[in-house]
Design a protein around this ligand. Structure first.
Ligand code: RTP
Ligand code: MG
Length: 140
């Protein structure tokens, strides 16, 4: 069993799509093992996406991710990291496959509804960024 870290981004929360997106995630076979609603500060958002610090879109990304509450979750499934990135689709919704979360709901490459870890190693780091060990609970 593998774990990945997702964030339902502030655009997802503002559009009242928390339930719809979690439903799609659960139907795809992922188990939610940790979940919370939190509003990131600019500092925390910048720390989370620190790998992109030198990119031209970094300021916009930090402003967006701190613009309202978001919902980080740890998800569990076999092959969770790769399967979740398939489920959400390409970063830019214009390039995402039909039926993916971003194709269905995202407005732009910047405001694209969900984050998904890009490796199992980063998933573990990102899970630790949001959750203490006692907040991670398997369903059964
Ligand atoms: P994420 O980390 O959020 O799952 O997204 P990703 O792997 O598909 O894309 P990544 O390259 O890691 O970019 C992180 C987030 O930065 C914003 N972005 N904006 N305007 C732009 O050109 C641009 N490029 C990236 C998006 O919110 C993207 O998800
Ligand atoms: Mg990424």
């Amino acid at each position: 069993m593998e774990r990945t870290l997702t964030i339902l981004k502030p655009d997802c929360v503002k559009k009242q799509l928390i339930g719809a997106v979690i439903n799609q995630i659960e139907r795809a076979g992922f188990r939610v093992v940790a979940m919370k609603k939190i509003k990131l500060s600019k500092e925390t958002a910048g720390e989370f996406y620190g790998v992109h610090r030198e990119r031209p879109f970094f300021g916009e990304l930090v402003d967006f991710m701190s613009s309202g509450p978001c919902v980080p979750m740890i998800l569990e499934k076999e092959n969770a990291v790769a399967d979740f990135r398939t489920l959400i689709g390409a970063t830019d919704p214009a390039e995402a496959e039909e039926g993916t979360v971003r194709k269905l709901h995202a407005d732009s490459k910047g405001e694209n509804i969900v984050h998904g870890s890009d490796s199992a190693e980063n998933a573990a780091i990102e899970a630790g960024f949001f959750f203490a060990a006692e907040e991670v609970v398997r369903n059964n």
